[in-house]
Ligand binder design. Structure first.
Ligand SMILES: C[S@@+](CC[C@H](N)C(=O)[O-])C[C@H]1O[C@@H](n2cnc3c(N)ncnc32)[C@H](O)[C@@H]1O
Length: 220
Protein backbone atom coordinates (compact mmCIF):
# COMPACT_ATOMS: atom_id res chain seq x y z
CA UNK A 1 0.00 0.00 0.00
CA UNK A 2 1.32 3.39 -0.99
CA UNK A 3 1.28 6.46 1.26
CA UNK A 4 -1.41 7.93 -1.01
CA UNK A 5 -3.58 4.82 -0.62
CA UNK A 6 -3.14 4.99 3.12
CA UNK A 7 -4.21 8.63 3.21
CA UNK A 8 -7.23 7.96 1.03
CA UNK A 9 -8.21 4.93 2.98
CA UNK A 10 -7.93 6.51 6.36
CA UNK A 11 -9.08 10.02 5.63
CA UNK A 12 -5.78 11.28 7.07
CA UNK A 13 -5.35 14.67 5.48
CA UNK A 14 -9.00 15.51 5.93
CA UNK A 15 -8.00 18.97 7.05
CA UNK A 16 -5.91 19.61 3.95
CA UNK A 17 -7.54 22.78 2.69
CA UNK A 18 -10.36 22.61 0.17
CA UNK A 19 -9.88 18.87 -0.26
CA UNK A 20 -11.15 18.53 3.29
CA UNK A 21 -14.75 18.86 2.16
CA UNK A 22 -14.32 16.07 -0.35
CA UNK A 23 -12.68 13.85 2.21
CA UNK A 24 -15.26 14.45 4.90
CA UNK A 25 -16.58 11.04 5.96
CA UNK A 26 -20.21 10.45 5.08
CA UNK A 27 -22.67 11.16 7.83
CA UNK A 28 -25.61 9.08 8.97
CA UNK A 29 -24.15 5.66 8.29
CA UNK A 30 -22.37 3.21 10.54
CA UNK A 31 -19.18 3.60 8.59
CA UNK A 32 -16.26 5.85 7.92
CA UNK A 33 -16.07 6.16 4.16
CA UNK A 34 -14.86 9.20 2.29
CA UNK A 35 -16.15 10.33 -1.09
CA UNK A 36 -12.63 10.11 -2.48
CA UNK A 37 -12.16 6.59 -1.23
CA UNK A 38 -15.43 5.57 -2.83
CA UNK A 39 -14.12 6.73 -6.19
CA UNK A 40 -10.82 5.01 -5.54
CA UNK A 41 -12.26 1.60 -4.63
CA UNK A 42 -14.50 1.70 -7.69
CA UNK A 43 -11.56 2.08 -10.07
CA UNK A 44 -10.95 -1.07 -12.16
CA UNK A 45 -7.24 -1.20 -11.30
CA UNK A 46 -7.90 -1.20 -7.57
CA UNK A 47 -10.75 -3.69 -7.85
CA UNK A 48 -8.56 -6.09 -9.85
CA UNK A 49 -5.71 -5.82 -7.38
CA UNK A 50 -8.03 -6.48 -4.44
CA UNK A 51 -9.64 -9.46 -6.15
CA UNK A 52 -6.22 -10.91 -6.96
CA UNK A 53 -5.13 -10.55 -3.36
CA UNK A 54 -8.31 -12.21 -2.09
CA UNK A 55 -7.83 -15.07 -4.55
CA UNK A 56 -4.27 -15.60 -3.32
CA UNK A 57 -5.57 -15.94 0.25
CA UNK A 58 -8.35 -18.28 -0.83
CA UNK A 59 -5.76 -20.54 -2.48
CA UNK A 60 -4.44 -21.32 1.01
CA UNK A 61 -7.69 -23.17 1.80
CA UNK A 62 -8.76 -26.51 0.41
CA UNK A 63 -12.07 -25.31 -0.92
CA UNK A 64 -14.80 -27.89 -1.56
CA UNK A 65 -17.39 -27.61 -4.36
CA UNK A 66 -20.69 -26.21 -3.14
CA UNK A 67 -19.26 -24.29 -0.21
CA UNK A 68 -20.94 -21.01 0.64
CA UNK A 69 -18.69 -17.92 0.57
CA UNK A 70 -19.70 -14.58 2.09
CA UNK A 71 -17.85 -11.33 1.30
CA UNK A 72 -18.63 -8.73 3.97
CA UNK A 73 -18.14 -5.15 2.75
CA UNK A 74 -17.92 -6.37 -0.83
CA UNK A 75 -17.89 -2.88 -2.36
CA UNK A 76 -18.51 -3.05 -6.10
CA UNK A 77 -18.21 -6.82 -5.91
CA UNK A 78 -15.00 -7.46 -7.86
CA UNK A 79 -13.75 -10.11 -5.43
CA UNK A 80 -17.08 -11.87 -5.01
CA UNK A 81 -17.51 -11.95 -8.78
CA UNK A 82 -14.00 -13.28 -9.36
CA UNK A 83 -14.50 -16.04 -6.77
CA UNK A 84 -17.86 -16.99 -8.29
CA UNK A 85 -16.38 -17.09 -11.79
CA UNK A 86 -13.38 -19.20 -10.89
CA UNK A 87 -14.72 -21.62 -8.28
CA UNK A 88 -17.77 -23.87 -7.85
CA UNK A 89 -18.88 -21.93 -4.80
CA UNK A 90 -22.10 -20.19 -3.89
CA UNK A 91 -21.08 -16.58 -3.32
CA UNK A 92 -22.87 -13.76 -1.53
CA UNK A 93 -21.53 -10.21 -1.31
CA UNK A 94 -23.00 -7.76 1.19
CA UNK A 95 -22.36 -4.07 1.67
CA UNK A 96 -24.06 -1.32 3.64
CA UNK A 97 -23.91 1.09 0.70
CA UNK A 98 -26.76 0.69 -1.81
CA UNK A 99 -24.67 2.46 -4.48
CA UNK A 100 -21.94 -0.16 -4.20
CA UNK A 101 -24.45 -3.01 -4.42
CA UNK A 102 -26.12 -1.38 -7.40
CA UNK A 103 -22.74 -1.19 -9.15
CA UNK A 104 -21.94 -4.79 -8.17
CA UNK A 105 -25.21 -6.05 -9.65
CA UNK A 106 -24.75 -3.95 -12.79
CA UNK A 107 -21.65 -5.96 -13.71
CA UNK A 108 -23.87 -8.86 -14.76
CA UNK A 109 -25.53 -11.85 -13.17
CA UNK A 110 -24.13 -15.30 -12.43
CA UNK A 111 -26.20 -18.20 -11.12
CA UNK A 112 -23.88 -18.66 -8.11
CA UNK A 113 -23.56 -14.98 -7.16
CA UNK A 114 -25.83 -12.65 -5.21
CA UNK A 115 -25.42 -9.18 -3.79
CA UNK A 116 -27.39 -7.72 -0.90
CA UNK A 117 -27.45 -4.42 0.95
CA UNK A 118 -26.66 -5.31 4.54
CA UNK A 119 -24.94 -3.95 7.62
CA UNK A 120 -22.02 -6.09 8.78
CA UNK A 121 -23.01 -5.45 12.39
CA UNK A 122 -26.35 -7.22 11.84
CA UNK A 123 -25.91 -9.89 9.21
CA UNK A 124 -29.29 -11.17 8.08
CA UNK A 125 -28.22 -14.81 7.92
CA UNK A 126 -28.71 -17.75 10.23
CA UNK A 127 -26.01 -19.18 12.46
CA UNK A 128 -23.32 -21.29 10.74
CA UNK A 129 -24.65 -20.70 7.20
CA UNK A 130 -21.27 -20.14 5.55
CA UNK A 131 -18.13 -22.21 5.01
CA UNK A 132 -16.00 -19.15 4.30
CA UNK A 133 -16.49 -15.56 5.42
CA UNK A 134 -14.12 -13.03 3.88
CA UNK A 135 -13.73 -9.35 4.56
CA UNK A 136 -11.31 -6.95 2.92
CA UNK A 137 -10.48 -3.39 3.93
CA UNK A 138 -13.83 -2.98 5.61
CA UNK A 139 -13.57 -3.37 9.38
CA UNK A 140 -11.64 -0.12 9.78
CA UNK A 141 -14.67 1.70 8.34
CA UNK A 142 -16.97 0.32 11.01
CA UNK A 143 -16.86 2.12 14.36
CA UNK A 144 -18.15 -1.02 16.11
CA UNK A 145 -16.00 -3.38 14.09
CA UNK A 146 -15.90 -5.88 16.96
CA UNK A 147 -19.66 -6.33 16.55
CA UNK A 148 -19.15 -7.02 12.84
CA UNK A 149 -16.52 -9.66 13.64
CA UNK A 150 -18.87 -11.33 16.12
CA UNK A 151 -21.46 -11.49 13.34
CA UNK A 152 -18.97 -12.94 10.86
CA UNK A 153 -18.07 -15.70 13.32
CA UNK A 154 -21.72 -16.36 14.11
CA UNK A 155 -22.62 -17.05 10.46
CA UNK A 156 -19.53 -19.25 9.97
CA UNK A 157 -19.85 -22.99 10.55
CA UNK A 158 -17.43 -24.81 12.86
CA UNK A 159 -14.43 -25.79 10.75
CA UNK A 160 -15.09 -22.87 8.39
CA UNK A 161 -12.62 -20.10 7.61
CA UNK A 162 -12.61 -16.38 8.29
CA UNK A 163 -10.36 -14.57 5.82
CA UNK A 164 -9.47 -11.11 7.08
CA UNK A 165 -7.62 -8.31 5.29
CA UNK A 166 -7.51 -4.77 6.59
CA UNK A 167 -5.51 -1.77 7.56
CA UNK A 168 -4.57 -2.04 11.20
CA UNK A 169 -2.60 0.07 13.64
CA UNK A 170 0.36 -1.31 15.58
CA UNK A 171 -0.54 -2.43 19.09
CA UNK A 172 1.59 0.29 20.71
CA UNK A 173 -0.25 2.99 18.78
CA UNK A 174 -3.64 1.58 19.70
CA UNK A 175 -2.49 1.59 23.32
CA UNK A 176 -1.51 5.26 23.24
CA UNK A 177 -5.12 6.26 22.99
CA UNK A 178 -7.87 6.16 20.46
CA UNK A 179 -8.89 9.73 21.00
CA UNK A 180 -5.88 11.49 19.57
CA UNK A 181 -6.55 10.51 15.96
CA UNK A 182 -9.46 8.66 14.35
CA UNK A 183 -7.09 6.03 12.96
CA UNK A 184 -6.43 4.91 16.51
CA UNK A 185 -9.90 3.42 16.49
CA UNK A 186 -8.72 1.02 13.81
CA UNK A 187 -8.27 -2.61 14.71
CA UNK A 188 -4.87 -3.59 16.06
CA UNK A 189 -3.40 -7.05 15.66
CA UNK A 190 -3.39 -7.54 19.42
CA UNK A 191 -7.08 -6.67 19.66
CA UNK A 192 -7.84 -9.03 16.79
CA UNK A 193 -5.88 -11.85 18.40
CA UNK A 194 -7.70 -11.35 21.69
CA UNK A 195 -11.01 -11.40 19.85
CA UNK A 196 -10.00 -14.53 17.91
CA UNK A 197 -9.01 -16.40 21.06
CA UNK A 198 -12.30 -15.54 22.75
CA UNK A 199 -14.32 -16.38 19.63
CA UNK A 200 -12.79 -19.85 19.25
CA UNK A 201 -10.75 -19.07 16.16
CA UNK A 202 -7.41 -20.71 15.39
CA UNK A 203 -4.96 -18.83 13.21
CA UNK A 204 -3.90 -20.78 10.13
CA UNK A 205 -2.21 -17.97 8.20
CA UNK A 206 -0.81 -14.51 8.88
CA UNK A 207 0.95 -11.93 6.75
CA UNK A 208 1.67 -8.25 7.23
CA UNK A 209 2.89 -5.62 4.79
CA UNK A 210 3.18 -2.03 6.02
CA UNK A 211 -0.21 -1.32 7.60
CA UNK A 212 -2.12 -4.14 5.89
CA UNK A 213 -2.72 -7.29 7.88
CA UNK A 214 -3.95 -10.59 6.43
CA UNK A 215 -5.19 -13.38 8.65
CA UNK A 216 -6.95 -16.64 8.03
CA UNK A 217 -8.60 -18.21 11.04
CA UNK A 218 -10.45 -21.51 11.31
CA UNK A 219 -13.46 -21.71 13.60
CA UNK A 220 -13.11 -24.50 16.13
C1 LIG B 1 -12.67 0.28 1.25
S1 LIG B 1 -14.16 -0.48 0.75
C2 LIG B 1 -13.59 -2.13 0.47
C3 LIG B 1 -14.36 -2.81 -0.60
C4 LIG B 1 -13.80 -4.17 -1.00
N1 LIG B 1 -13.98 -5.15 0.06
C5 LIG B 1 -12.34 -4.04 -1.34
O1 LIG B 1 -11.51 -4.67 -0.68
O2 LIG B 1 -12.04 -3.31 -2.29
C6 LIG B 1 -15.04 -0.68 2.26
C7 LIG B 1 -16.44 -1.17 2.04
O3 LIG B 1 -17.03 -1.44 3.29
C8 LIG B 1 -18.38 -1.05 3.22
N2 LIG B 1 -18.89 -0.89 4.58
C9 LIG B 1 -18.57 0.07 5.46
N3 LIG B 1 -19.25 -0.09 6.60
C10 LIG B 1 -20.01 -1.20 6.45
C11 LIG B 1 -20.92 -1.89 7.27
N4 LIG B 1 -21.22 -1.46 8.50
N5 LIG B 1 -21.51 -2.99 6.79
C12 LIG B 1 -21.25 -3.43 5.54
N6 LIG B 1 -20.39 -2.82 4.71
C13 LIG B 1 -19.78 -1.72 5.15
C14 LIG B 1 -18.35 0.22 2.40
O4 LIG B 1 -19.61 0.57 1.88
C15 LIG B 1 -17.34 -0.14 1.35
O5 LIG B 1 -17.92 -0.69 0.20
Amino acid sequence: MTRREWMLATGVGVSAGAAGLLLEPEKGTSMRMTAVEKLFVKSPGHAGEVAGHAESLLERIQVQPGWRYLDVGCGVGATARSVAETRPLSVVGVDIDPDQIKAARASGSLSNLQFQVMNATGLEFGDEEFDIVATSKTTHHIPSYERALVEMVRVLRPGGYLIYTDLTVPDWLAAVGRRLLPVMGFPSEGALDTFAAEAGLSQVFRSRSFVQLDKIWQKR
